[in-house]
Write a protein that binds this ligand. Structure first.
Ligand code: CA
Ligand code: CA
Length: 199
């Protein structure tokens, strides 16, 4: 009797075992999924584009911050840096911020700049302009190397500017109502105004 029960139990266990075996599904073989690869590449491209767009937005945001803190004029934002620096450092610092030393191109822009400097730095301030005659004495060029088409040199009879010859190769704007220009030694420390193009 006991032997029969044991045989039955073994039989039941064997049947259950074979049923469980057949219940285990085989995993599908891993195929090289070409479609999947191109989808990943698409996503990578999209991420790259999003990062590029984000960087442009960051630049716009930084420019907006400049415009909010500084002064907005036609196509430009102006921002004063009242820390006195020589021409080279002032110019490099503006470039590092994504701008250039202010370079007024017309009488209107020049008057606007002079009023802004008067208000933000003070009435006796001289600020660096983005013009110099380092390459050729007497030939004033902007930071792109193009000849300055507009200028506003101080024409007072006592000391008409520019008057410094080869020892004064950088232009400054005086914060007088007329915003007249003087040539000065590039190593002198002056405040500056950076300008940023509004896109
Ligand atoms: Ca000069
Ligand atoms: Ca001078």
């Amino acid at each position: 009797m006991e032997a029969r029960v044991a045989c039955l139990l073994i039989g039941v266990l064997l049947i259950q075992g074979s049923q469980q075996q057949s219940a285990i599904k085989k995993k599908p073989p891993i195929k090289k999924d070409v479609k999947g690869n191109s989808a990943i590449e698409d996503i990578q491209k999209q991420i790259k584009n999003i990062v590029a767009e984000l960087n442009v937005l960051k630049q716009h945001q930084a420019l907006q911050a400049v415009c909010l803190r500084g002064e907005k004029t036609r196509g430009k934002c102006l921002l004063t840096d009242s820390e006195k620096k020589n021409y080279y450092t002032a110019s490099e610092d503006c470039i590092a911020k994504g701008g250039t030393l202010s370079t007024p191109r017309s009488s209107g822009e020049n008057l606007h700049l002079a009023a802004y400097v008067n208000e933000s730095v003070g009435p006796s301030a001289h600020v660096w302009l983005g013009f110099n005659d380092m390459q050729a004495e007497g030939t004033w060029v902007d930071l792109t190397g193009s000849a300055a088409r507009f200028h506003n040199w101080d024409a007072s009879p006592l000391s008409p500017q520019p008057d410094g010859g080869t020892s004064e190769n950088c232009a400054v704007l005086s914060a007088t109502p007329a915003g007249t220009w003087l040539d000065e030694n590039c190593g002198v420390k002056r405040a500056s105004v950076c300008e940023f193009k509004i896109v």
